[in-house]
Design a protein around this ligand. Structure first.
Ligand code: CO
Length: 134
């Protein structure tokens, strides 16, 4: 059911420091920061040949990554995103298999303008999983 790895998202307390690390130490191609107010994050895309890494910094009040950073002040892997062809079909199959979908279970438009869902980390080995319909 799941397709390619779309991205790995890393929550960071200081986006500029993270960009410097990735660009200057790892030698990665990084995008300009993009403020996504409706998602409560500022994101930088680290472009790799086979996938991308997203560096997320909290933006505004009630950012969805704020509590994660309280527990992980140095930053850490926040979620992993897999591609699916049909997100509602994937959701139904996952729920039938006992996996919990976060929120009301309806896909939302994610940071890339495509439908996404998040799956409960306790159902996936302690990792928050995002599904994105591509
Ligand atoms: Co994501």
């Amino acid at each position: 059911m799941i397709g390619k790895l779309n991205h790995v998202a890393i929550a960071v307390p200081e986006l500029n420091a993270a960009v410097t690390r990735y660009r200057d130490v790892l030698g990665a191609r990084v995008s300009q920061p993009q403020a996504l107010a409706e998602h409560g994050v500022t994101v930088v895309f680290v472009e790799l040949d086979n996938t991308k890494v997203e560096l997320l910094e909290p933006l505004g009040e009630g950012s969805p990554i704020a509590s994660f950073l309280e527990k992980n002040p140095a930053g850490g892997m926040h979620h992993i995103c897999y591609e699916v062809d049909d997100i509602k079909q994937a959701r139904d199959r996952l729920q039938a298999g006992g996996a919990r979908v976060l929120g009301d279970g309806e896909p939302k438009i994610g940071a890339h303008g495509k439908p996404v869902l998040f799956l409960h980390p306790k159902d996936f080995c302690g990792t928050l999983v995002e599904l994105e319909q591509v």
